[in-house]
Design a protein around this ligand. Structure first.
Ligand code: PMP
Length: 371
């Protein structure tokens, strides 16, 4: 008999917005301006490509299930033990698993709760629902504040109840691009009850250069209920390989390891990420170029009378002061792919990935035809 669609049956699949594969086929790769998924226009370190080519003879072998070499490289990078690192098939997988492991149904029949911000990464809500937990949404800071639609940390704290198991927050945040400073982060973490696990999603951390920005990694020793997730998809330019990682207390990581699919990160990805980590100059270049382009693109958009949200990421949220869907489709027809925000409850906004200088020029030219 049909039952109410709860949990996984009631889910809507994650929707990246466009069938890009069909688009590329129609338009040809080079003609599209793909600014919809916050990818890195400069691509990965050449060392990643070399590592992949050097390991092609290993395709018939299973990869190292523990990803030991990559974990050791990450351990050296962050100055933490390998027992505090968990590798995932993208950080998406790790965000999903956090809810599955820590917010699944209680044996006593209680329904665990998860707290997340209204304008947070879509996977937070998806993971919560897939785990069968109840989602409590915290409202953001006002749109006319200094950090428009940024996380209201007091509202997040107020949403915590005795049934809360997990709290998701991203810093810097997607889809707003906003962030919160080191002092606010430390104060927030100190006020979260220790029974609640806090996931600080730092997918864009490498892009953040604001003087007041700080990673939560520095707080982990004092707060074993906090975990940080990172990804190779953004600054490292390796979105196609699908590798993310989580850093947390050894006990928590050990519990997560039980659920991990045996070879969740493939062999070429492991070796490429290890090589990419060794090329710090490449990341530094990506960071500098992104910051330059973010600034000039933001100024150019503001010059067109648009609302540009402050960003510490490789994208900007842009308000058009009217329904943005027609603008978005007109841009799509011109081969410029942006991310619509209707699904996030911001129908007057589009999210624009900061491209390279040429892509940003082509975006602005197309926009001028559409506005
Ligand atoms: N967190 C945030 C905030 C993101 O924006 C993204 C990607 N859009 C992810 C996590 C997932 O990244 P990946 O699965 O590629 O590591």
């Amino acid at each position: 008999a049909a039952r109410a669609t709860t949990g996984i049956q009631g889910l809507k699949a994650y929707d990246p917005g466009h069938d890009l594969v069909a688009f590329r086929r129609r338009c040809g790769d080079g003609r599209l301006v793909e600014l919809g998924s916050n990818e890195n226009p400069y691509g990965p370190s050449p060392r990643a490509r070399e590592a992949i080519l050097a390991n092609l003879h290993m395709l018939h072998r299973y990869p190292d299930p523990l990803g030991g070499d990559l974990k050791r490289a990450l351990s050296a990078r962050h100055g933490i033990g390998t027992d505090r690192i968990l590798l995932g098939n993208g950080s998406h997988e790790l965000l999903m698993q956090m809810a599955q492991v820590f917010a699944g149904p209680g044996t006593d029949g209680t329904a665990p709760e998860v707290v997340a911000p209204r304008f947070g990464f879509a996977v937070f809500a998806l993971a919560t629902q897939a785990a069968g937990a109840h989602l409590r949404i915290a409202e953001p800071l006002p749109r006319d504040s200094a950090m428009p639609l940024g996380h209201d940390l007091d509202a997040l704290l107020a949403a915590i109840t005795p049934d809360t198991r997990l709290l998701y927050v991203a810093n810097p945040n997607n889809p707003t691009g906003t962030w919160f400073g080191a002092g606010a982060l430390a104060d927030f973490i100190a006020r979260v009850p220790r029974e609640v696990i806090v996931v600080v999603d730092e997918a864009y951390a490498e892009m953040a250069d604001a003087p007041d920005y700080a990673s939560a990694l520095g707080l982990l020793d004092a707060h074993p209920n906090v975990v940080v997730t990172r990804t190779f998809s953004k600054a490292y330019g390796l979105a196609g390989l699908r590798v993310g990682y989580l850093i947390g207390a050894p006990g928590l990581v050990a519990v997560m390891e039980r659920l991990r699919e045996s070879f969740n990160v493939n062999g070429l990805a492991l070796t490429a990420c290890e090589a990419a980590l060794g090329d710090e100059a490449h990341i530094e270049q990506a960071r500098i170029r992104n910051a330059e382009q973010r600034e000039s693109l933001s100024a150019d958009l503001r010059g067109r009378g648009l609302e540009v949200f402050p960003s510490q990421t490789n994208f900007v949220l842009v308000g058009f002061g009217r329904e943005a869907a027609p603008i978005e489709s007109a841009l799509t027809e011109r081969g410029v792919i942006l991310r619509p925000m209707g699904g996030y409850g911001l129908p007057d906004c589009l999210r624009i990935t900061v491209g390279d200088a040429d892509e940003n020029r082509r975006l602005l030219a197309a926009l001028d035809e559409c506005l």
